[in-house]
Design a protein around this ligand. Structure first.
Ligand code: ADP
Length: 262
């Protein structure tokens, strides 16, 4: 039996140390693999809109189109450019969060308004799949939290966007809002494809996508989770394959409101 002493304090059995190092090496390899997969999927994601933009700009430059055709081409270019900007912004947000450089502009935010705006924003997308989105409001007055309204809206837009992406046609999504003690609690509940237990664990890791069916960067949930945590809140995901997914977001209520309620 060989023992190893670290700074004279800790003693490891050599076999144990070897297996710990082996485990750490595997983790590093796994981390690199995840990053490699991420780079390959993000490159593909960036390339798709670029190909569309290049194709249409070359086609339109060659001339000979009537105004209606030209308009369609220009609309596609605008739409693909927006998609590209969205992807790049998501990567920038992720990197800012990683480096602790995300700055929040804190004000009093009415969470109910944020949810209503979110619903308006995704209305057309939901309509395309005939998905009904409903707000289940279990509160009697405004639900005020201290937060950055734009960033909180980004969180809920991302969650509802996922709910739509991973739901089948003619299904439903519920946004549930309630308060409990000093917390505002919002749940985004879908009846979509769900995630298996094994995949759910990995989805909670950054970058993981169960498959690439929805496109995207695989960063949305990681960004949402970190934004919620920056607001001193918590985000939790539950899911069952073939049944649906629920994301639970808890945010601390504004102090004044607590005092009024008391
Ligand atoms: P993206 O949507 O860009 O892929 P996310 O981080 O938002 O990135 O999600 C990561 C993965 O988690 C998705 O690719 C999908 O596999 C899974 N996922 C997220 N939300 C849901 C949901 N509501 N239902 C089923 N799967 C989901």
């Amino acid at each position: 039996r060989f023992d190893v002493r670290v700074k004279g304090e800790y003693k490891y059995e050599l076999g144990e140390l070897a297996s710990t190092l082996n485990y750490m090496a595997q983790e590093i390899v796994r981390g690199n693999q995840i990053k490699d997969d991420f780079i390959s999927s993000i490159s593909h994601e960036l390339r798709t809109p670029l190909t569309g933009i290049k194709g249409w700009s070359e086609t339109l430059t060659s001339g000979g189109f009537d105004p209606e055709e030209t308009k369609i081409g220009m609309q596609i270019i605008a739409k693909e450019t927006d998609r590209l900007i969205g992807l790049v912004e998501e990567m920038l947000d992720f990197s800012k969060l990683q480096q602790n450089e995300m700055k929040l502009v804190i004000a009093s935010v009415n969470l109910k308004e944020i949810l209503q705006e979110t619903m308006l924003n995704v209305w057309a997308k939901a309509e395309q799949k005939r998905i009904q989105i409903k707000l289940d409001d279990h509160t009697e007055s405004a639900v005020m939290v201290p937060g950055d309204g734009n960033r909180l809206k980004q969180v809920f837009l991302n969650l509802v966007d996922n709910a739509i992406k991973f739901s089948t046609e003619d299904s439903w999504i519920h946004l549930d809002i309630r308060t409990q003690d000093e917390w505002a609690i919002v749940e985004v509940i879908d009846s979509g494809i769900g995630i298996s237990e094994e995949h759910l664990r990995r989805v909670k890791d950054r970058f993981f996508q169960v498959n690439h069916q929805g496109g995207g960067t695989g960063l949305g949930l990681a960004i949402s989770q970190q934004l919620v945590e920056l607001h001193n809140g918590e985000m939790e995901m539950r899911s069952e394959l073939g049944v649906g997914t629920t994301v639970n977001v808890r945010l601390p209520l504004l102090d004044e409101l607590n005092k009024n309620d008391a």
